[in-house]
Ligand binder design. Sequence first.
Ligand code: ADP
Ligand code: ASP
Ligand code: MG
Length: 469
Amino acid sequence: MKRLVMKFGGTSLAAGENFRLVANLVSNYVNQGFKVVVVVSALKGVTDRLIEASEHAKTGDLEAIYRFKREITEEHLEAARKSIRDPNIRGEVSDALRRTLDELEKVLTGIAYVGELTPKSRDYVLSFGEKLSTRIAWGTLRDAGLNAQYFTGGSAGIVTDSNFGEAKPLMNVTKHQVKSRIEPLLEEGVVPVITGYIAATPEGVTTTLGRGGSDYTATIIGAALGVDEVWIWTSVDGLMTSDPKIVPDAKVIPEVSFQEATEMAVFGAKVMHPRALEPAMEENIPVRIRSIFNPESPGTLIVKEQKIKPIDVVKAITLVKDVALVNVSGAGMIGAPGTAAKVFDVLGKKNINILMISQSVSEANISFIINRGSLEKAVNALEIALLGRGLIREVTAEDDICVVAVVGAGMRGTPGVASRVFSAVARRGINIRMIAQGSSELNISFVVKEADGEEAVRAIHEEFRLGEN
Ligand code: ADP
Ligand code: ASP
Ligand code: MG
């Protein structure tokens, strides 16, 4: 019988009632004979609020910590009350929630007294959102008559490096551990319920897989178990031609390739974690994105084989906010081989990821796009390493920009796509600051002022008539 990993996202877990929806969906499939592993995200907004709470803690604001604990306790207990009918199970879940929340308070208070928030302690704080929501899911599934067993990502066997905030799984150990801990349970008819987003180093220190990382948890577990499919249940009907919040007439894309979906995720389609497709791609496990509010709809199927239809030249337009442009310039760069290599070496050593690169023909400058959160680190590192050696004269930065990406495998070898993209944007009077096309030709991306981003996305969506059936 088919084995599935089902991940439930935070946007679909906004309200307590939704846990019942989740439990019904899961038990439907289990009763049909499917073997299901469940992965759960934190309730909507909770991870953001944990970040805020950790910042308050750093400044020693104990009052804010106590207030936060009261609010978050009430919200989770309320969700458990709404979703779990059996008083014994509800009592057990409420006790577990209280214990977890007491621990959270201690952690935050500890940070407040020390006055220091390290990446390690921050990840520890961030891990609580999933620990709480997964407890409720565990209880609701048991309430629905399933034999559910609770795991954290770490206890399920996911081991990562210690790059806190953006940890990478060590796949060999992970596969081995997940297989030996989870597979026997599946065979016995147990439904493992695993916290998304969080894992542990080989020493057992809690790590997180990057924002939106529950998708990644699902595919890591799926790859380790070699399941038939991974299903990402969320609040939208699938991967769409653009973010429906920006383009109201965006349409669901029935099928995309791993490569296209990855480009979309890397370039801002928030519905999927950018690295989440790697494990699935490696093991060739199809991934489906579907909505818990519309389970009859097949959603989007992400597979290896791309079926290019002529109408599919452009599949989706995405927008990356929260990025910054860095420009390194100086006449010393002209004809000096290895300058670009030095720049990227400096950034690589600081673990700074580069989204786009462009170098002018004159070679007097290199521009690139990075996450806004890394901007200060990047500029400091470049100045320390390169200024004053005659190679470069200046490092400048702009942080009010965004990246628009046009994605579609059908663009490969189709002439004229780029000119249509840029004309559509120009007709709206939007100025393009920088352009790049990946060597895969799966995407064309360009930089505009942040204020122009959404309008540029709508212009291209309209140009390629993606909102029409
Ligand atoms: P979850 O909590 O289920 O993980 P996310 O908030 O991470 O959900 O992702 C779902 C959101 O992604 C949607 O609310 C939607 O606005 C946004 N989104 C951005 N781009 C796209 C896209 N191309 N297709 C679908 N959703 C998108
Ligand atoms: N709760 C985490 C986040 O908000 C992980 C996830 O939702 O996938 O980033
Ligand atoms: Mg998500």
